[in-house]
Design a protein around this ligand. Structure first.
Ligand SMILES: Nc1ncnc2c1ncn2[C@@H]1O[C@H](COP(=O)(O)OP(=O)(O)O)[C@@H](O)[C@H]1O
Ligand SMILES: [Mg+2]
Length: 253
């Protein structure tokens, strides 16, 4: 199983939109896919119209006393399951910290591992923060994808993540930025796309355009490519998925 994460310190940049659309792309190719909504705001759970079945105590889940597998729900799409967000997970950091103090350094990796029996791809939709949870996600994911709206501030947050990886001796090669909500009418967007800064050298080439049809995902509560195959933005998601696969040894062409 490959594990990928959509992460950015900033909110509203397209993590959830990308996680949901890429999950659909993978499932549509017949890849058994599990999307874990780790953001207590629960946007991807909402888009798939799923909530947590039983609210197991986060501490019991983290320590393995309640099986995390019980939280898995199907979606309306074949090959695509979801672990919906649990609002009580907003306190998970404290629990992860207690575990670290007991010498258990990556509880998230331990929770992810058993899913490899049933899934070939695990997608983590991350909350917009630096926390013990995200640190453990950084250490767990095979590749991390960082949606970036072309702007100087956006690049600054990418740099902060990149620096964090270097400082903690994590492989920064696993960090792949990509531009989202690109509006070619804006000169800064054009300039950044034409001359991406050096720090994005492992970035994906596909840029997702800004398009009103993306908002329709919320009206229909469906991934974009499930109801639209022909728009420019859907085609961009096709290309993004192709590029994501090239970063993963199991799916590389
Ligand atoms: N390419 C795009 N074009 C237009 N709107 C977009 C695009 N990508 C995301 N959005 C919209 O931007 C908002 C934030 O996206 P979301 O994926 O929820 O961000 P995050 O998970 O990073 O907080 C949502 O309303 C979403 O529909
Ligand atoms: Mg989100």
């Amino acid at each position: 199983m490959e594990t990928i994460a959509f992460f950015n310190l900033k909110g509203g940049v397209g993590k959830t939109t990308s996680a949901v659309n890429i999950a659909w792309q993978a499932a549509n190719e017949g890849i058994p896919t599990l999307l874990w909504d780790l953001d207590p705001q629960g946007a991807s759970s909402w888009l798939f119209n799923r909530t947590v079945k039983s609210s197991a105590k986060p501490k019991k889940l983290v320590t393995g006393k309640s099986p995390i597998g019980d939280l898995v729900r199907n979606t309306d799409f074949e090959n695509l399951d979801i672990i919906p967000a649990d609002f009580s997970f907003r306190h998970i950091d404290q629990i992860l910290l207690e575990q670290v103090e007991r010498g258990k350094h990556n509880s998230i990796a331990k929770l992810v591992e058993p899913f490899s029996e049933n899934y070939a791809l695990m997608i983590l939709d991350c909350p917009p923060s630096f926390s013990m949870l995200t640190e453990q996600i950084f250490a767990t994911a095979d590749s991390l994808f960082i949606p970036l709206i072309p702007s100087h501030l956006s690049l600054r947050t990418f740099e902060q993540t990149y620096e964090f990886f270097k400082e903690h001796k994590l492989k920064a090669k696993r960090l792949h930025g990509f531009f989202n909500m690109v509006d070619k009418r804006r000169s800064l967007h054009r300039v950044m796309l034409a001359h991406p800064p050096k720090i994005l050298k492992n970035g994906l080439k596909t840029a997702i355009p800004y398009a009103a049809i993306v908002e329709k995902m919320g009206d229909l509560r469906q991934p974009l490519p499930a109801f639209d195959k022909t728009s420019r933005v859907s085609k961009a998601y096709d290309n993004l998925w192709y590029e994501i696969k090239q970063t993963l040894s199991e799916f590389k062409d």
